[in-house]
Design a protein. Structure first.
Length: 379
C-alpha cells in the first residue's frame, strides 16, 4: 500500500492508490457488474481528489464525499453477496458469482473478489473514522447520515401525513421502479431525461428541457417569489431579480432531488395536495418515499444543460452548501454550468440571486457560502 499525508499531517491515509486498487481488484477487466463499475469509478475520482489534497491542500470536502460514496457502494456489494441480503435474486446471484472470482496477489497467493471488496470497505471505514474523528462504526454511520442526508422537516412530515376523509394519505410516494422514469442521465456533457408522456418509450433518452413546465407547484412558488415587492433592495438588485424572473418565464421550472447515491430525479408533476377535494400531492419527498436526500429544489434545463437552480424546498430545507453539491455533480459529469443562474436561501426568509456570468457567478456563490452573504438579499 502507498500512503499520503493530509495537509494537517494529523493522520496517514490507509487508502490504496487507484493503480493498486485496479491491480488488486481487476475491476477494469470486468464490466458486467454495474456496482463494481461504480466502485471503480469512485476510486478513480478519489485518486484525483487525494492528489489535489496532498499537492495543493484543496478538495478535502470532495474527497470526503467520494469516500462516503465508496463506503455505501462497498457495503451494498457485500450485502448483495450475502444470501440474506435484501436485494433482488438476480442482483445477489450476479454479485455472488462475481465474488468467487480469483484474483492473483503474486507471491502472496490468491484472494476472491468479495475479499477484496471487504478489505476495501474496512479501509474506507478506517479512513472515514480518522477524518471525522469518530470512535466506532455506529458513531460513523450517525455522523455521515447527519452530514450527508437531509431528513423531512416537521412541516414536511405533517404535509405527508395529511389524510382524506377515508383515512387515505394525500401524497404520492414512488417505488424505485416508478421513480426511474424521472431520473436524469448525465453523460458526454449532456443532461438527458426520458421523453414526457404516458406513451413515451422508457428506453429513450432526450436532451433535458423544461420549456413549458409552468403549471407545477415549484414553478408557481418561484414565480410568486420573484414578483414580490422588495423596497429595501437597491435598483441594481431589483434589476437582477427582474432578469431572473424573465429567464424562468421562458425556461420553466421543475422540482428535483439529489439522492445520497448522487442520482438526480426531476419531474413537472409537483403539485400541492387538497384535503377538501381529496387530491394527492406530489412533493420532493415523492422520489425517495419520504427518505432523506442530499438536496432538493427547482431546476430549469435548456438543450441538455442546467440554466437555473434553487434550493427552495419546504420538505427538506437544504443548505446552500448542499445546493453546491448538485452543481458539483454537473461539473464532475462535464455538464456546462457557465450559464447557470442560482437562486439560494440560507433560511426561509433570506434569498439571493446569482445571474449567469460566464461561470464567475458560481465562484461568487461559493465564496459567499464560505462566509457571509450581503448583497441582493430578499427578506
Amino acid at each position: 500500500m502507498s500512503f499520503y499525508r493530509s495537509p494537517d499531517k494529523k493522520y496517514r491515509s490507509v487508502m490504496p492508490s487507484y493503480a493498486e486498487w485496479d491491480r488488486l481488484s481487476g475491476a477494469t477487466d470486468d464490466n458486467n457488474i454495474p456496482l463494481l463499475q461504480y466502485i471503480n469509478k469512485r476510486m478513480y475520482e478519489h485518486s484525483i481528489y487525494a492528489r489535489m489534497v496532498t499537492q495543493h491542500g484543496k478538495m478535502e470536502a470532495e474527497r470526503l464525499c467520494c469516500l462516503i460514496q465508496i463506503w455505501y457502494a462497498a457495503r451494498m456489494y457485500i450485502k448483495s453477496y450475502s444470501k440474506t441480503g435484501t436485494f433482488s435474486r438476480n442482483m445477489r446471484s450476479a454479485i455472488r458469482a462475481d465474488g468467487f472470482k480469483k484474483i492473483s496477489l503474486g507471491d502472496q497467493g490468491h484472494v476472491t473478489r468479495i475479499e477484496v471488496i471487504e478489505a476495501l470497505e474496512s479501509l474506507v471505514t478506517q479512513e472515514l473514522m480518522l477524518m471525522t474523528g469518530t470512535a466506532n462504526q455506529d458513531e460513523l454511520k450517525t455522523k455521515i447520515k447527519q452530514a450527508e442526508v437531509l431528513q423531512l422537516t416537521s412541516d414536511g412530515r405533517k404535509t405527508d401525513n395529511a389524510t382524506a376523509k377515508d383515512g387515505r394519505l394525500l401524497r404520492t410516494y414512488l417505488s424505485k421502479n416508478e421513480r426511474a422514469k424521472y431520473q436524469v442521465l448525465l453523460e458526454n456533457g449532456v443532461a438527458r431525461i426520458h421523453p414526457r408522456g404516458t406513451d413515451a418509450d422508457p428506453l429513450t433518452w432526450v436532451a433535458a428541457s423544461t420549456r413549458g413546465s409552468n403549471d407545477n407547484a415549484c414553478y408557481k412558488d418561484i414565480s410568486a417569489l420573484t414578483l414580490k415587492s422588495h423596497l429595501e433592495l437597491d435598483e441594481e438588485s431589483q434589476e437582477v431579480w427582474r432578469d431572473f424572473r424573465t429567464k424562468i418565464l421562458g425556461w420553466g421550472l421543475e422540482g428535483y432531488v439529489m439522492t445520497h447515491s448522487r442520482k438526480l430525479f426531476v419531474s413537472n408533476a409537483h403539485k400541492g395536495g387538497d384535503k377538501a377535494k381529496d387530491i394527492d400531492g406530489f412533493f420532493h419527498s415523492a422520489y425517495t418515499a419520504g427518505d432523506g436526500v442530499v438536496c432538493s429544489g427547482s431546476i430549469a434545463f435548456e438543450n441538455g444543460k442546467p440554466v437555473a437552480i434553487t434550493n427552495l424546498s419546504g420538505h427538506y430545507h437544504p443548505s446552500p452548501q448542499q445546493l453546491d453539491r448538485v452543481i458539483r455533480l454537473f461539473e464532475m459529469a462535464g455538464i456546462p454550468t457557465r450559464d447557470l443562474n442560482i437562486l439560494v436561501n440560507r433560511d426561509p426568509e433570506r434569498h439571493h440571486v446569482y445571474t449567469s456570468n460566464g461561470g464567475r457567478q458560481i465562484q461568487q456563490f461559493r465564496n459567499d457560502i464560505g462566509g457571509s452573504m450581503h448583497s441582493r438579499f430578499m427578506h
